[in-house]
Write a protein that binds this ligand. Sequence first.
Ligand SMILES: [Zn+2]
Length: 216
Amino acid sequence: MKRLLLVVLVVALAIIAYGFSRWTVWGREARFMAGGALVDAGYGLQDPIEAYDFDHRSELTPERVWQEVLEQNQRAAAMRGRFPRTPHHPLVALVVCMDSRIDTNELVGDTRHYYYVIRTAGSVMSEREQEMLELAVRNGVKLVVLTTHSDCAAEKTAANPEARGEFPALAAAVDEREVRVEEFLRRPRIASALAEGRLMVKRATIETRTDRLLGE
Ligand SMILES: [Zn+2]
């Protein structure tokens, strides 16, 4: 009941903010904040529902999980079809580990997708990701944020001799993460964009539990 009241309150505030957003900076800011609160309200409604599927009539096989993915996608895509998103050119590129606990919308406090996201195991960039980032910079990205995060399974694997034997490629990738970063910074187009002040590359650690960015 409390959650529902919160949602109603946030919706009312959002409507008011929407009205004022056309004319004033604070109106636009209030609308942005209200939008964020609505997203949080949505997370709050969905998050405590622990069972992956809502009915347990059948065993949760991989096929059943796939069907659930399709059903949820159909509902989400229908909404997107009805309310298309405004296209924005990204200004930010994030490199983030594939850990499911990290939510990149929360990371930037923004659902407008003013950012590219590259997610890899252990936040390691291969040459492919480096080229993708270079392409993004050529297309107008002004800030690249290279992140790692606390409680990273890839880092733990690399630090454990037994696990290293089981997942040698992953361990080797984590070992060479810093070398890959240096390689990226030395790429001529990236180096000149940095030197000319057209680009900034920041390093940050993500506190996995809160999605808080801790800059270096
Ligand atoms: Zn990780």
